[in-house]
Design a binder for this molecule. Structure first.
Ligand SMILES: Cc1cc2nc3c(=O)[nH]c(=O)nc-3n(C[C@H](O)[C@H](O)[C@H](O)COP(=O)(O)OP(=O)(O)OC[C@H]3O[C@@H](n4cnc5c(N)ncnc54)[C@H](O)[C@@H]3O)c2cc1C
Length: 385
């Protein structure tokens, strides 16, 4: 192992956000070190469904977040092509779109509101009759009474995407240290100059010109003593993997469940959204609800093998939007709070964060996602949890 003792960019966390930032930095010629306390994808990204769905998820979303999501999805094809070329590995990026289906009239009314909202923002959705939906996905329940086709939605398989990003980082000379748990940020002369971490029981230190905290729901850990705590909480998501799933062409969504089919025959059924703090135990009730809703829309899941029950903790800030930008401490940057959208937002987060670091200017698309939105109305200039 060629361990660096300094790097231009030190990234804390090898989730999808940390890896994307490290890849972009390495691709631009910076020396990069990623410190991951467990293994690549050990956090929320390792269980995520991987939907890249700005249209399907537009309901009630902040307009600035929709713009960021659309830009990320615009970047995705080139981003994936570059990772696949640099790594020689596939990310399993798919472009068939989502079907948002209604099983009864309440669903239909919800979809009508969603369609009006989406079309008002120029998002690409159109109505399909029940017959047109059945023609596209013959396995769906005959109880489907209509729905929306979000043609621009995409999906990627995080379990292929993240190893490919890791290989692409290494191909550019970057290093990823698994089992390296960051305990604190080192400061000198009023700026962040490195991090302390433990690896196999040893205390270590590495210097960095820039330190990026991308530790998901755990981002307040390394920040302790440096910044007041971010108003960040974990939102628990339970998600199932069934095998062998039917080869669905589209991501299928109802108001209560989504189904994502992988090319290797896996069917991902997700996901719950629970306020349980850092409790990541799987529980029977929410899983029963997920399975029942999935069975309602796709009856043949009844016979499938329940191959995996995954639990992830989504990193959610108080307003549901991420922080992507500098901190008040020079040299320390934040990329946290991506909540339900970290896979979708990874390319735009990386690209614009590196633009900001390299130029010193915050790109306009990132302006709404700065830490100062939590500090503006306080006299002490600290975030209010
Ligand atoms: C069930 C579920 C389904 C989802 N589906 C989707 C989806 O379809 N589309 C989408 O866009 N998003 C989805 N998400 C959300 C997405 O997974 C998150 O937004 C994303 O993973 C956040 O990425 P991250 O890198 O910030 O955090 P994480 O993926 O949680 O990664 C953080 C990493 O930091 C490491 N770490 C923590 N503390 C330290 C430390 N002190 N030192 C070193 N390393 C540390 C952790 O071990 C972890 O590997 C889903 C989430 C869940 C739970």
């Amino acid at each position: 192992m060629n361990e660096m003792d300094r790097a231009d960019v030190v990234v804390i966390g090898a989730g999808v956000v940390g890896l994307a930032i490290a890849y972009e930095a390495a691709r631009r010629g910076h020396s990069v070190l990623v410190l991951e306390r467990d293994r690549i994808g050990a956090g929320a990204a390792g269980v995520a469904a991987g939907m890249l769905a700005p249209a399907s998820e537009a309901d009630c979303e902040d307009p600035a977040l929709i713009s960021l999501a659309l830009e990320s999805c615009r970047l995705y094809p080139g981003w994936v092509a570059s990772i696949e070329a640099d790594s020689g590995m596939r990310c399993r990026y798919r472009t068939e779109g989502s079907l948002l289906v209604a099983l009864h009239h309440d669903h239909l009314e919800e979809l009508e509101r969603l369609a009006a909202f989406q079309q008002g923002r120029g998002l690409d959705v159109r109505w399909l009759t029940a017959a047109a939906i059945q023609a596209r996905e013959p396995g769906l329940s005959p109880r489907v009474i209509g729905g929306l086709f979000a043609e621009g939605d995409r999906q990627i398989d995080p379990r292929f995407y993240m190893p490919a990003m890791a290989a692409a980082i290494r191909a550019h000379g970057g290093e990823i240290l698994a089992g390296a748990s960051v305990t604190s940020i080192v400061q000198s002369a009023g700026r962040a100059t490195g991090v302390c971490f433990t690896l196999a029981g040893d205390d270590r230190e590495v210097r960095g010109t820039v330190i990026v905290v991308a530790a998901g729901a755990w981002s307040n850990g390394p920040l302790a003593g440096v910044l007041p705590p971010l108003p960040l909480r974990p939102v628990k998501g339970q998600i199932l993997r069934l095998r062998p799933g039917p080869p669905l062409r589209h991501v299928i969504r109802t108001a209560d469940v989504y189904l994502v089919s992988r090319e290797d025959g896996e069917l991902v059924v997700g996901a719950t959204s629970e306020e349980r703090g850092f409790d990541s135990r799987p529980t029977a009730g929410p899983v029963m609800d997920l399975l029942r809703e999935a069975w309602r829309v796709l009856p043949l899941i009844y016979e499938l093998e329940l191959a995996e029950l995954g639990v992830g903790l989504r990193p959610a800030l108080r307003d549901g939007l991420p922080i992507i930008g500098p901190s008040p401490l020079d040299g320390l940057w934040l990329a946290a709070g991506h909540y339900r959208h970290g896979i979708m937002l990874a390319p735009v987060t990386a690209r614009l964060l590196l633009d900001a670091m390299d130029s010193g200017d915050i790109p306009p698309l990132l302006a709404p996602f700065q830490l100062d939105r939590f500090t503006q109305n306080t006299t002490q200039g600290v975030p209010v949890p």
